[in-house]
Design a protein around this ligand. Structure first.
Ligand SMILES: Cc1cc2nc3c(=O)[nH]c(=O)nc-3n(C[C@H](O)[C@H](O)[C@H](O)COP(=O)(O)OP(=O)(O)OC[C@H]3O[C@@H](n4cnc5c(N)ncnc54)[C@H](O)[C@@H]3O)c2cc1C
Length: 337
């Protein structure tokens, strides 16, 4: 809605008018919406306009894992569900898919994680963990004491600037100029987040402290998202570039990977093939509705997948790459015949 919304103390919003549907319809067919409006908002949708604004209900992308749920590069780190970047749903998250993914991944990856863990020894060097705990304890002590770095930045101010920047410049519809500005602001916020000073030094449940501990990581993640979006000069899935409306399979049939080396000022972005293809991605008919087809043959593309993934830290999987795809294709062809 970028500046075109209705201003309110909770931020800009649009009005949703459901009054034409009438009481009977709202109280029966849309009962859930009716209840949410009545009990959470104190607004009666039968007679009143409903204020609405966008909110995030899923994070696409996540810890890049192989099909077993095993994270790239780091042996022993596993991830499923919303925190993972798995292969089940490609580049978008359609309604209902994420709960399906948690159920399927929980079973499928859980079994593989169990198999892997049963082959490991429980003897380990705890020095690294102790050092990490001590570093966090120092950080907490400093935050509750004199502050960190130059100790001149307010946690809430940085959080608000980050949120406003993402909402205005890295939202559903993006363009290069705004993404560039967002990257600039987030780089600056990342630097400033090293200089936090709290208003409250309370040692118990202290929301300001909890936020201060999370904020640098939140800003880093925001910068990964904005930088990846700036570099991706096409539209795909949930990434709609107003300046590049077409889905460009010729140049962008690849996944963005972001790494943040220790001490670096910003993330390193690299790319890998999306996975084994059965056929070239088809025309979808929504969004920009224009796509630039891939030039390479599917066979040639598929040949590069495994070696490119290994370069990025992919671990060998319990069943060979493409085994499930092959099974599915065979199953589908027996059904057809
Ligand atoms: C408003 C909204 C509407 C949605 N609607 C739908 C829908 O209609 N259909 C659909 O399929 N999906 C929907 N989703 C998405 C779906 O709910 C989530 O993707 C899914 O619940 C994620 O499950 P998860 O188990 O991966 O993660 P989560 O459910 O987020 O579980 C992570 C758990 O880890 C805990 N945790 C965090 N940090 C730590 C820590 N340090 N130590 C220990 N525990 C920790 C958290 O407390 C949490 O319980 C919606 C999400 C939102 C926000």
């Amino acid at each position: 809605h970028k500046g075109k919304g209705v201003h309110s103390p909770d931020g800009e919003h649009l009005w949703l008018d459901l009054r034409h549907l009438g009481e009977q319809h709202l109280r029966t067919k849309l009962r859930e919406v009716y209840d949410i409006c009545m009990y959470f908002l104190g607004v009666n949708p039968i007679t009143e306009l409903v204020p609405v604004r966008p909110t995030q209900h899923y994070s696409m992308g996540g810890i890049r894992v192989n099909k077993d749920g095993h994270a790239y590069s780091l042996k022993g780190l596993w991830s499923v569900g919303e925190s993972a970047c798995w292969d089940m749903h490609g580049m978008n998250r359609l309604g209902g898919n994420s709960l399906a993914e948690t159920v399927v991944a929980g079973m499928f990856c859980g079994q593989r994680m169990g198999q892997w863990a049963s082959g490991q020894s429980l003897e380990l060097d705890t020095k690294l963990a102790s050092e990490a705990v001590a570093a966090q304890q120092d950080r907490v002590n400093n935050l509750l004491g004199k502050g960190v770095g130059k100790a001149n930045e307010n946690v809430h101010e940085l959080l608000n600037t980050m949120q406003e920047t993402l909402q205005a410049k890295a939202g559903i519809f993006r363009k290069g100029k705004e993404l560039k500005e967002a990257v600039g602001t987030l780089r600056d916020l990342h630097k400033r987040s090293q200089n936090l000073k709290l208003q409250s030094s309370f040692k118990g449940a202290n929301p300001e402290l909890a936020l201060a501990l999370r904020l640098p990581g939140m800003i880093k993640l925001a910068l990964c998202v904005a930088k990846g979006a700036l570099l991706r000069t096409e539209s795909r899935g949930g990434h709609s570039r107003e300046d590049y409306p077409e889905r460009n399979d010729k140049e962008w049939l690849k996944r963005t990977l972001a790494r943040w080396p220790k001490g670096a000022k910003e993330p390193e972005i690299s790319y890998e093939p999306v996975g084994l293809l059965e056929s070239p991605p088809g025309h979808r008919g929504y969004g920009g509705a224009v796509n630039i087809p891939m030039k390479q043959s599917v066979e040639k593309y598929n040949k590069t997948v495994k070696q490119e993934w290994i370069k990025q830290g992919w671990h060998e999987t319990a069943t060979p790459l493409g085994a499930e795809l092959k099974e599915m294709v065979e199953y589908a062809s027996t059904k057809e015949s």
